[in-house]
Design a protein. Structure first.
Length: 379
């Protein structure tokens, strides 16, 4: 890799990274279009090559976790390795809250409105009315009665919010350590090992709820954070970027193949320990190559879809299962995609226009006086 100074981390949005968000969202949509058009919407019992291929689109979720680790950890990496001030906790907390919560609450309320009277329809799984407050505090993962119900993909947001709470503590360790890049890699490497140890324990003592919490999913965030450490201040040329992209994609495909092989019961503890770490490592390499390499037009062309990817992620499953229950889609993944993807994108665009962007603008307005005061003190 040819190493040259990079642009400052934590600056303007990257069209290429937004494009990766779009690919992750489309991948998850494709998985759910397959899942929720099955006669019985369960992921087990795959019988055809198409089933196996579409099932592995689930790995888009791993890419989302890796991207979160990479993007959110970068300011702390920059502070540790470049001598910059540590990120403002007030700014971080307010921006994270406004980025996630308003659109999430709107989508949860809409899911109740759309699905509450469709409880007997295939794919519709509803919690009890008494347990709905768990969704208000992102705690649906901690109860079997709410996990994977109402709007199933929101279980990942409960994990994300837990990561948001933990990240300033991890960042403080990084900034306190300062030092070399090798030293900064210790925090994500310890997280990676901790996640694998958690999953080894869960392989021996299975728990559906604990398998969908941050300790079990730490490896994916840790790999993204490690990529942030490794690419900080670096650039790679086109040839190195192509090699890295090819290597990362190979790792992702190898992970998908590993989970598709009939390895038998003896391999189950190993698979449940490593989960999709191989895909996570591949995605981390891809994210790093995209961030440190020259622009990729094919990826940046998807930036607009990446901008609304959060809304697309929030809305697509409620719309899929509602459309199926109402008879608006055939039991075919392509037909479901043709019918529901445009509708989901329109709703996502509306969410961005009238919920997400105004919330972020409000946060910027609240933070502006803080920035002005800081500038006055340093002038």
């Amino acid at each position: 890799m040819r190493v040259t100074p990079n642009t400052p981390d934590g600056g303007a949005r990257s069209a290429e990274l937004d494009g990766l968000r779009a690919l992750a969202a489309l991948s998850v949509f494709g998985f759910h279009a397959w899942l929720y058009t099955r006669a019985i919407p369960v992921a087990i019992g795959r019988s055809t090559a198409t089933d196996y291929v579409l099932h592995e689109l689930r790995l888009g979720l791993v890419l989302f976790f890796v991207l979160s680790g990479f993007l959110l950890y970068r300011p702390w990496v920059a502070a540790a390795l470049s001598g910059r001030p540590a990120p403002s906790l007030r700014r971080y907390a307010l921006r994270r809250a406004m980025r996630v919560a308003p659109a999430y609450y709107v989508a949860v309320l809409a899911s109740v409105a759309l699905l509450w009277n469709l409880g007997s329809s295939p794919g519709v799984r509803l919690p009890s009315g008494e347990s709905l407050p768990l969704f208000a505090v992102f705690a649906q993962n901690f109860s079997d009665g709410t996990l994977m119900t109402l709007n199933p993909p929101t279980w990942t947001l409960a994990v994300e919010v837990t990561f948001y709470v933990a990240l300033p503590l991890l960042g403080a360790l990084a900034v306190r350590g300062r030092g070399t890049r090798r030293r900064q890699a210790l925090v994500p490497l310890l997280m990676l090992l901790g996640g694998l140890a958690t999953n080894a324990t869960l392989a021996a003592y299975p728990s559906n709820t604990w398998s969908k919490t941050l300790p079990a999913l730490l490896p994916y965030f840790a790999l993204g954070m490690l990529a942030a450490v490794l690419v900080h201040g670096r650039r790679c040329g086109p040839r190195a970027q192509r090699l890295l992209l090819a290597g990362g994609l190979t790792a992702v495909l190898a992970d998908a193949l590993l989970w598709s092989l009939p390895l038998g019961a003896d391999a189950t503890p190993f698979l449940h320990t490593v989960r999709d770490v191989l895909a996570g490592a591949g995605f981390a390499v891809i994210v790093g190559a995209v961030a440190a390499g020259p622009p990729l037009r094919a990826v940046s062309a998807l930036a607009s879809l990446g901008t609304i990817s959060y809304g697309l992620y929030l809305w697509h499953v409620p719309l899929l299962v509602w459309a199926r229950a109402r008879g608006f889609v055939a039991l075919n993944p392509l037909a479901a995609t043709a019918a529901v993807l445009p509708a989901s994108a329109l709703v996502a665009a509306a969410s961005w226009r009238w919920v997400e962007r105004p919330a972020l603008a409000w946060a910027r307005g609240r933070l502006a006086p803080q920035r002005s005061a800081a500038a006055a003190l340093t002038s």
